[in-house]
Design a protein around this ligand. Structure first.
Ligand code: MN
Length: 231
């Protein structure tokens, strides 16, 4: 058998302190997982079960790259997020055992065409094109859990052109990382290389070409991207 055109190269993310890279299999994102962000989106911060959406694996953007302002939006938002990388196959795992399946953690940005997302929400359509589009998932290098331990208390922040926009702590997650992973593992079988973007705190806002976004989670490598002109 031969392929009629070359298969895409597997997207990868670097591992801190190593020449190794993590092959990205899938990207799952948690919606509405910090109370104050739920409120700013016009929702009610109750503990409804967590819900998920996805981005294509090749939405990954490497740290330091420039992201072209995307098409068909006039309200392009950042969302700083703690990213969890899965290291072991995970199916119907309890929250007590969930952390054992984590390879490591990284800082990511869930780039969002907010106008498309809100329009889809109102129309009862899928969020897909508000969330899953080219270059919508910047992710910095992964710090192995073997190095940093289990992360459950760390400041999470984002600045645009040096001005603080988001500043919270992962202790404010409505659904904790083990709860998220356990819930997901009952819906699908998680596999090594799957990345989970765990939700964003309050302070999301729009960026325009020329803006520089820097963000971090204490203990992890900061992420830095620039917004370039539309293609
Ligand atoms: Mn998000």
């Amino acid at each position: 058998m031969s392929l009629v055109f070359p298969a895409i190269e597997t997207p990868t993310v670097p591992i801190k302190g190593s020449d190794d890279r993590l092959p990205v299999r899938r990207i799952f994102c948690v919606g509405r997982n910090y109370s104050k962000h739920v409120i700013e989106m016009g929702g009610h911060p109750d503990r409804n079960p967590p819900f998920f959406f996805t981005k294509p694996a090749d939405a990954i953007v490497q740290n330091g790259e420039t992201v072209a302002y995307p098409t068909i939006t006039e309200n392009f938002h950042f969302e700083i997020e703690l990213v969890v990388a899965i290291g072991k196959t995970m199916f119907k795992v309890s929250k007590e055992d969930a952390n054992d399946h984590i390879y490591g953690y990284a800082v990511g940005i869930d780039l969002t065409r907010r106008d498309l997302q809100m329009g889809a929400m109102k129309a009862g359509h899928p969020w897909e094109f508000g969330k899953a589009f080219d270059n919508s998932g910047p992710c910095a290098e992964i710090t192995p859990k073997s190095e940093i331990g289990v992360m459950d208390d760390a400041r999470i922040w984002l600045k645009v052109n040096g001005e603080t926009k988001q500043d919270s702590n992962i202790t404010h997650l409505i659904w904790s990382v083990p709860e998220i992973l356990s819930t997901l593992s009952h819906a699908i079988e998680l596999q090594p290389g799957d990345l989970i973007y765990t939700g964003t705190p309050e302070g999301v806002d729009a960026v325009v070409p020329g803006d520089e976004i820097t963000g971090g989670v204490d203990g992890l490598t900061d992420i830095n991207i620039k917004i370039g002109p539309a293609r």
